[in-house]
Write a protein that binds this ligand. Sequence first.
Ligand SMILES: *Cc1c(COP(=O)(O)O)cnc(C)c1O
Length: 439
Amino acid sequence: MIEKQKLDDLIKKNEKLNDIISSKPVLWFNPQKQKQQKSQSQFSFEDVLEAEQRLQRFSSYIRVAFPETESLQGIIESEIKEIPSMKKAIENEYTSELPGRIFLKCDFALPISGSIKARGGIYEVLKYAEQLAIEHRLIQYNDDYAKFNEEEFYEFFRQYKIAVGSTGNLGLSIGIMGAKLGFQVTVHMSSDAKEWKKQLLREKGVEVIEYSSDYSKAVEEGRKQAELDPMCHFIDDENSRDLFAGYAVAATRLKKQLKEENIRVDEEHPLFVYLPCGVGGGPGGVAFGLKQIYGDHVHLFFGEPTQSPCMLVGMMTGLHDEISVGDLGLSNRTEADGLAVGRASKFVGKMMEPVLSGCYTVDDEFLFKSLKLMMEREEIFMEPSAHAGVYGVISLMKEGEEYIRQNHLNMDKATHLVWSTGGNMVPLTERELMLNKKI
Ligand SMILES: *Cc1c(COP(=O)(O)O)cnc(C)c1O
């Protein structure tokens, strides 16, 4: 816990903390963002390209193991989609006029596990599987990786274990992918994880351990138990370079997609990207990749619930994982279960210092309003967490005037990209409950 005196000092230095403490939606601009990226020592764009190649090698396996990826040739990717009706709805309800175009990055529809975790989570499982298979001479890099679908591989991976701590979606990705390959998977689930996610994993033969506490505790317990077992690989949501690399591959794919749609990103045409943020790995990886590609022409913002602004608070104070939302008297309770994280990843927070334009917060009420609107206007279902992305556009229009002026941004030619992080796995009965929720 942070002492009262220290908290008072922090508030003196960061006035916005007062609004954050009283759980008002805020928009914070990152003063450490740099023009022109400094070279990153811990992680480089090479790592991203290597991850992309690895995913390419595995595409022939993914294709046979998950036939729904056939049309994508075994590449786990989502489309981008313009949402003009939702744009009108936002203009009517929240801002008078919204210059530029709004697109959705449809990660809610990613194959296999229906959320952004299908990028990082699946990637890390595949990388571990490849490493084991190479070490034991089951495969060589230029073989056809469809072999991973054979019984012999399944029996081999059966000896190994994978463990992860999760609020739900990461557990789903790791569990589905790991179990498919043959691994014994254990998911340590925080209290906010939804019942249907636990059930689905158990049906796949995954061991689910439930905790009555929040995400950080579930990760900590998982890490402790895995350390005792040399046959167990722990997927560390708070510190993993592999997860980060898997997420970052999204950037190279997006570049192609924008090109195909004739959407320009340059001095005249700014790109704004709004990413829902939990512990930080998913949005951080994507942001890192996009910054490498677009430099000063991309403006990256993270969205968090008003009760769980861990990345905002960590970056604003520079304390990263040494401050939790509980230190500010916030509850860390939100219906956006993927974002219910009280302490951010220090690894990601540090990486984001030169990269991120800012962070904003959004209340749960908006998430459900947006969930209904998106269904009515675009016939798209996204889970509550994903709607934290939608609020980014509104937050910027309400409070971003100075940022836009200082950076001389031509908003009429802007592209807004709302990263829709999840939704497809949510069962119909759950969707009904969310759509009919009284706000
Ligand atoms: C996990 C998750 C996020 C955030 O990703 P982090 O890596 O935890 O920051 C956002 N949206 C959804 C739906 C998620 O499951």
